[in-house]
Design a protein around this ligand. Structure first.
Ligand code: ASN
Length: 305
């Protein structure tokens, strides 16, 4: 059990960081409510979850004759929720049992929370513009409540300017090579969007552009080398397209039958994204590792309380 960390490790988080994180959560929730969103309760276990675009250890629970998976992301439940309400969000706990090579990335926890939001009939631009306003509102509130303290923790803290720059994935790849995301993040002083991500680099559920190569999606990237903040996009919602995309990706159709049956009955078009709370806290507080951004942080390859 040499990988078992002590209780103290999980409790090595500054009180101020927790206060700032709490303020971020509260600001963003209030902002979304003002914009007509409702908060839905998160789904922790389900027979369906996000297949992701990279492999992680599976986290399943056998139950009677069936099997539940722990939520990797609430993407499919967000799409289904669109039948009931046009604007939803959830602070969604995600379990992704990442391999231990990600332990020192500074950005990975195997249990984390994302503010997952989804809007019916929306475009990628609608989501980007909403997120920009939501972050600016949250940063302004932080400035007001924690100004001096925040600047002590993070000399680079500033309320970002809108609109955030939009960088096309393939153009950046050509210009800066395969490490472009990290190169651009390190040289940036403002958050920016990475858009039009190629089909091979993302899951099947982000909508394919009419060019057949890139997706109608986006990642938000933090400056000063903090890297990826959020991913999202417009969604595939038509049965035939979803089946085609799943086959292209090699996803297991059988394990997704619950979702596919509902898609066949019809789900509305939508767009949305998820923003990692611990990464946002890390960025705002200028923390070296995301493990210092929450209580009871669990890093890849470790057991922790
Ligand atoms: N939350 C993301 C989205 O809305 C999905 C993910 O976390 N992989 O696109």
């Amino acid at each position: 059990m040499d990988k078992l960390k002590s209780v103290e490790e999980g409790l090595k988080v500054k009180k101020e960081v927790l206060e700032i994180s709490s303020e971020l959560i509260s600001s963003m929730g209030q902002f979304l409510r003002r914009k007509g969103f409702i908060e839905i309760l998160p789904v922790i276990i389900s027979p369906i979850t996000d297949p992701l675009n990279h492999s992680v250890f599976e986290a399943n629970i056998e139950y009677y004759d069936g099997r539940y998976s722990l939520t990797k992301s609430m993407i499919f439940h967000k799409q289904l929720a669109m039948r009931i309400h046009p604007k939803i969000f959830s602070f969604s706990p995600n379990i992704r049992l990442e391999t231990e090579d990600k332990k020192d990335s500074g950005r990975h926890l195997i249990e984390f929370t994302q503010l997952d939001l989804e809007m019916r009939e929306a475009t990628r631009d609608d989501v980007m513009s909403l997120v920009e306003k939501m972050l600016i509102n949250a940063f302004e509130n932080l400035e007001e409540k924690f100004g001096t303290l925040l600047r002590e923790m993070n000399p680079y803290f500033s309320v970002p300017e809108t609109p955030f720059e939009r960088v096309k994935y393939l153009e950046a790849l050509e210009k800066y090579g395969s490490d472009f995301e990290s190169v651009l993040s390190k040289r940036a002083t403002q958050p920016f969007w990475l858009i039009d991500i190629p089909i091979d680099d993302r899951e099947f559920y982000d909508k394919l552009d009419s060019n057949g190569k890139t997706l109608r999606d986006m990642d938000l990237i933090y400056p000063y080398g903090f890297g990826e903040a959020s991913s999202g996009g417009e969604r595939e919602y038509e049965y035939e397209n979803i089946i085609r995309r799943m086959k292209y990706k090699g996803n297991d159709l059988e394990s997704m039958k619950w979702y596919l049956e509902e898609v066949k009955k019809g789900i509305p078009p939508s767009a949305g994204c998820g923003i990692g709370i611990e990464r946002l806290t890390r960025f705002v507080c200028n923390l070296e590792d995301v493990k210092s951004a929450r209580l009871f942080a669990k890093r890849p390859g470790e057991l922790s309380i």
